[in-house]
Design a binder for this molecule. Structure first.
Ligand code: S3P
Length: 428
């Protein structure tokens, strides 16, 4: 794709928008639908490249999955109906598919090999491989088991009690999925609660799981039954338009039917701390998830200290919040976010480099960054570095820059938001 020229905007953003389905929930719907016996129907599925990689993985294991845009029908014979894939499985850019699928494959009687693109090949897999090995899994990855490509020889697994060192829902979910196939009980005790879509969806598929604060327990060898899943809109995608409305003077927009699960709404709490005028309405509960609307008006934002337990609740929104902070009154400090270094790019480096190139004053720290507010941003040539969230952050920055931005590798956005530019048009 040719580099894109992005021009500043001279009028307010307005109108209503329903963002695409949640990425985390879409992945889990495919996984549980493939493990559950019967016909599962998923609506508002996110047909971005990451979730399509999860579909392909289960198709390679013999599951009948029909996907037409946002509707997916899965006809599965259940766990025992899965078959050994003939070919290595390509996970593309998708860390969620890698960590969750490793949990499933560890307990299935097959040999499989997983690989991904350049970015995924550099992301740590030992965080999930280690607990799976404690359960009895046999995995073998590059650099002594740390990275993809990784081969899995499925085994009979035993449940464990696991206290994760990293605050990662992907790791938690991989272990829970392995626990589902294992003998006995699996317990996970998190130091900070991470997104709980796996727990919610297991219940929606008729599974039994006990959640007591940060302690989660399930017993293995459960039979799941097919379900109808409506995927809520993705708050991580909505975040880009929320920030756009805050940045462009006189804007007011409403995002409808968006997921408001408390483990994902750290961004709303951070915005409240930044003095933002925001109206949140919960309208429904579907499959254990809360859905509602968010109305956002342009406001004068203040810098804030963003750290601690809120970080896992907004980890994917930190790049776009960093852009917002460049326009705040005062300084914003992001701490306790070292996990940003293990995303599709090292997002401390990629955010700092991008915002600095635009003229902002941003300093990296080991576990976050310090952003001075009140910057005047100037258009320049930028690269998404193949990271969808960096690509979208750059597009939103272009709305308020002096001069144009030339964006290289805008197609990375297709990973989580294929209709991003169309949706942006709807509110401009
Ligand atoms: C995800 C969890 C988060 C998030 C990712 C999706 C998930 O990763 O960054 O985009 O679906 O469980 P970690 O759990 O590794 O922090």
């Amino acid at each position: 794709m040719k580099p894109l020229t992005l021009e500043p905007i001279h009028s307010p953003l307005s109108g209503e928008l329903a963002v695409p389905g949640d990425k985390s929930i879409s992945h889990r719907a495919i996984i549980f639908g493939s493990l559950a016996k019967g016909t599962t129907i998923i609506t508002n599925f996110l047909d971005g490249e990451d979730c399509l990689a999860t579909i392909k993985a289960f198709q390679l294991m013999g599951v009948d999955i029909e996907q037409q845009h946002q509707k997916v029908t899965i006809r599965s014979k259940g766990i025992d109906g899965l078959t050994e894939p003939l070919l290595p499985i390509n996970l593309g850019n998708s860390g969620t598919t890698a960590r969750l699928l490793l949990g499933v494959l560890a307990g299935l009687p097959f040999h499989t090999t997983l690989y991904g693109d350049q970015s995924l090949t550099k992301r740590p897999m030992d965080r999930i491989a280690k607990p799976l090995e404690q359960m009895g899994a046999k995995l073998d990855g590059r650099e002594m088991g740390k990275y993809l490509p990784m081969a899995v020889r499925g085994q009979s697994l035993k449940g464990i009690t696991f206290r994760p060192q990293v605050k990662s829902a992907q790791v938690k979910s991989g272990v829970l999925l392995a626990g589902l196939l294992a003998e006995g009980k699996t317990t996970i005790i998190e130091s900070t609660k991470t997104r709980d879509h796996t727990e919610n969806m297991l219940t929606a598929f008729g599974g039994n799981i006990r959640v007591n604060g940060n302690e989660i327990t399930l017993v293995g060898k459960q039979q799941l039954t097919a379900a109808k899943i409506q995927v809520p809109g993705d708050i991580s995608s909505a975040a880009f338009f929320i920030v756009a409305a805050l940045l462009v003077p006189n804007s007011e927009i409403t995002i409808k039917e968006v997921g408001l699960n408390h483990t994902r709404t750290g961004i709303l709490d951070a915005l409240a701390a930044m003095n933002v005028n925001i109206e949140i309405k919960e309208t429904a509960h579907v499959g254990g998830e809360v859905i509602g609307s968010i109305t956002i008006k342009h406001s004068q934002i203040h810098g804030a200290d963003i750290s601690g337990d809120i970080i896992p609740r907004m980890i994917d929104e930190l790049p776009i919040i960093a852009l917002l902070a460049t326009q705040a009154k005062g300084k914003t400090i992001i701490r306790d976010a070292e996990e940003l270094r293990y995303k599709e790019t090292d997002r401390i480096d990629s955010v700092v480099q991008t915002l600095t190139a635009l003229g902002a004053n941003v300093k990296p720290t080991n576990d976050g960054m310090i952003i001075e507010g009140g910057a005047s941003l100037k258009g320049t040539q930028l690269n998404s570095y193949g990271d969808h969230r960096i690509g979208m952050m750059i597009v939103i920055a272009s709305l308020i820059c002096e001069g144009n931005i030339t964006l290289i590798d805008a197609e990375a956005i297709n990973v989580s938001y294929p209709r991003f530019f169309e949706d942006l048009k709807k509110i401009t």
